[in-house]
Design a protein around this ligand. Structure first.
Ligand code: ZN
Length: 293
């Protein structure tokens, strides 16, 4: 079973504008047009059984609408393989009731993004969301570390994640980008004993510039090397690592090829590529539905 734990899609009506805005901010190349249809085509090409879609509420008022859309996407998961998380925003006044509604809708988790939501991850507004999500059994996936599109917003640093996890009750927390994008030494120092999961998105390999004339320094292109990646997998335990691509900001076939080149054992790779995610999300293999749109 192959599960991509970190993807993004946008409603058809806004996908082109959203992808354009984000690639201009980050100067990186998109690998699809950002629609659900394009993600499905990519999954077919790469042999991905399920993709987890992670919507971000950048404004509080977007929260209920995003969660309604997530529930609609999930009605078709058996056909499409796309499973959507919901969203929450630290300034959404009805956070408590909305989290209960998310759980009642059968949505398995929520996405939080401190740099884009303008709050530190150990802020009380996030802690109360984490506490409640844990009580409801919702998985929380947080953008972790720096963000390529907002390089000055240091709001999801490993030290903040450590403080947050130690302040709340039991919680299934996934820290994206191997626990902290471009803060990997601190992740290794501060997070192995916290019980958090890490997703692999945007960690191995190199940044792929979009060629818009922005002068990337050569030294800024390489991401995490194989040696640190393998060391981190073994320090955290392969059972706590989830394969993710950040599609459309990574290409699923390329990311899979790159991951399979690492010297991890077949057992470790199988767990990371799908076994762990299937357990965390309660997913079983989909029946082949060749005619599904
Ligand atoms: Zn992402």
């Amino acid at each position: 079973m192959l599960i991509d734990f970190h993807t993004h899609t946008f409603p058809d009506s806004i996908a082109a504008a959203a992808v354009d805005r984000l690639q201009s901010a980050a100067h990186i190349r998109p690998f699809t047009d950002g629609t659900l249809h394009a993600l499905r085509a990519s999954m077919n090409a790469a042999g991905v059984d399920y993709s987890v879609n992670l919507p971000v509420a950048t404004l509080p008022r977007q929260v209920p609408q995003i969660n309604d859309t997530a529930a609609r996407i999930n009605e078709r998961t058996p056909e499409t393989g796309v499973l959507s998380f919901g969203a929450m925003h630290p300034d959404y006044a009805g956070w408590r009731a909305e989290l209960a509604r998310v759980a009642a809708l059968g949505i398995r988790g929520i996405k939080l993004h401190p740099p884009y939501q303008g709050a530190d991850f150990d802020d009380l507004r996030y802690l109360r969301i984490l506490e409640r999500a844990g009580e409801l059994g919702l998985v929380v996936l947080v953008h972790a570390g720096l963000d390529i599109g907002l390089p000055d917003a240091d709001r999801a640093a490993p030290a903040m994640i450590r403080r947050a996890v130690r302040s709340v009750g039991p919680l299934k927390l996934v820290c994206a980008h191997m626990g902290g994008w471009r803060q990997w030494d601190a992740v290794e120092a501060l997070l192995p004993d916290t019980g958090v999961y890490l997703d692999t998105s945007f960690s191995l390999g190199r940044v792929t510039p979009n060629g818009d004339g922005y002068p990337w320094a050569e030294a800024a292109l390489p991401l995490m090397g194989d040696a640190q990646f393998v060391r981190m997998v073994r320090r955290f335990g392969a059972e706590r690592i989830l394969f993710g691509t950040d599609s459309p900001w990574g290409g699923q076939p390329d990311a899979l090829r790159r991951f399979r080149e690492t010297p991890l054992t077949d057992t470790e790779q199988a767990a990371i590529l799908g076994g762990n995610a299937a357990r965390l999300l309660g997913l079983t293999k989909r029946r082949a539905m060749p005619n599904a749109r």
